[in-house]
Design a protein around this ligand. Structure first.
Ligand code: SAM
Ligand code: DTB
Ligand code: SF4
Length: 363
């Protein structure tokens, strides 16, 4: 039987607010995988010989093969990639706040904030700049390194709310936190102004595969999403782009979503992987819960395809349970949303998350 090659000694696991440096990444890029001298016959799936390099040409078939590897083999591959790409295993804590809640014109079938869904939360007041920055300060004091703000908009409109958004971004950056905004589509000049305000990243998800997309949203096209991503990139803002599982998609759809994400060049700096939170009053309220191991597989394959991106374990963590989340961390998730709420739904509490990270040995 072939012996298992040793993993590089990366020292103790630590939780650090610092993102990997370019030097770290460069170092990881030059380390071959599998390690020199590894026994032949250890291949556990397609393209193992690609190493921890950056590829943007993964085929849907290759990704489907990865998604259906035996779980132990998939985890082994993902961990080997992750250890090289993120030595020291840093987990980023990102807090989330809904600034403008509900009343959104889009018809996203999963979303409790859509006007089209009876779950809509319209009527909640928009938050002003001062309370938002107060929440950012509290998030920082609780240990967050990133503060993400959401607007339930189809697209950003100019005017007072946009000026307030810019002020929030500047304020969050002044606190020494990364700032992320998610607010729908935007124009080039709006992207430019957000960049000038110091925005670290803009979150705009593809949500699902191009093939499954019209089952989920009819008011905005996949192409419009891709164009928004290009505008964000064009302004020099980091990209946070991922998707959701549990929307009734097939395994091939999951592979196809991951192929589009990994085809982006450069890869998004962060890739949120959400499991559907099936909210009453949305068309998807009756969807079967996602098997935690399916999340583990999505996270592991995202890690293999996009070695240096932050893979963020996002919505649906409550339903994963402690061990499911730990497996996701082992599969290569290196960020979580941190704080008692996501935008409108519940998230594990701060002390629960501290206990989880301690259990993982990331303290
Ligand atoms: N309106 C903006 C947009 O859609 O780009 C920003 C806010 S939107 C709520 C951000 C993302 O949250 C969505 O793209 C979707 O991926 C995720 N999301 C929303 N509701 C969800 C749910 N019930 N379960 C899982 N993810 C959800
Ligand atoms: C992302 O991919 N997930 C977060 C963040 N980006 C904005 C949002 C999850 C929302 C879950 C449903 C809610 O709380 O309303
Ligand atoms: Fe919800 Fe965003 Fe879709 Fe609006 S655009 S319904 S806020 S996911």
């Amino acid at each position: 039987m072939a012996s298992t090659p040793p993993l590089p000694d990366t020292g103790p696991l630590t939780l650090s607010p610092a993102a990997p440096t370019t030097q770290d990444l460069g170092q990881a890029l030059v380390q071959p995988f599998p390690p020199a001298g590894a026994e032949p016959g250890l291949e556990m799936g397609p393209s193992l010989d690609q190493g921890v390099g950056l590829r943007h040409d993964w085929s849907v078939a290759e990704i489907e093969a990865l998604l259906s590897l035996p779980l132990v083999d998939l985890l082994w591959r993902a961990q080997a990639v992750h250890r090289q790409a993120n030595p020291g295993y840093r987990v980023q804590l990102a807090s989330l706040l809904s600034v403008k809640t509900g009343g959104c014109e889009e018809d996203c079938a999963y979303c409790p904030q859509s006007l089209h869904n009876s779950s809509d939360l319209k009527g909640r007041p928009n938050l002003e700049v001062a309370p938002v920055l107060e929440r950012a300060r509290a998030a920082k004091a609780a240990g967050a390194q990133r503060f993400c703000m959401g607007w339930a908009w189809r697209e950003i409109r100019d005017g007072a709310p946009f000026e307030a958004m810019l002020e929030m971004v500047r304020g969050v950056r002044e606190l020494g936190l990364e700032a992320c905004v998610t607010a729908g589509m935007l124009t080039d000049p709006q992207a430019q102004r957000l960049a000038e305000a110091g925005l670290t990243a803009y979150n705009h998800n593809l949500d699902t595969s191009p093939e499954h997309y019209d089952q989920i949203i009819s008011t905005r096209t996949y192409q419009e999403r891709l164009e928004t991503l290009a505008r964000v990139r064009g302004a020099g803002i980091g990209l946070c782009c991922g998707g959701i599982i549990g929307l009734g998609e097939s395994g091939r759809d999951r592979a196809s979503l991951l192929a589009v994400l990994a085809g982006l060049n450069p890869h998004p700096e962060s890739v949120p992987i959400n499991a559907l939170v099936a909210v009453e009053g949305t068309p998807l309220e009756g969807q079967a819960p996602v098997d935690p191991l399916e999340m583990v597989r999505m996270v592991a394959v995202a890690r293999i395809l996009m070695p240096f991106s932050r893979v963020r374990l996002s919505a649906g963590r409550e339903a994963l349970g402690r061990e499911g989340q730990l497996l996701c961390l082992l599969a290569g998730a290196d960020s979580i949303f941190y704080g008692d709420t996501l935008l409108t739904t519940a998230n594990p509490g701060v002390s629960e998350d501290q206990e989880l990270l301690a259990a993982a040995g990331v303290v």
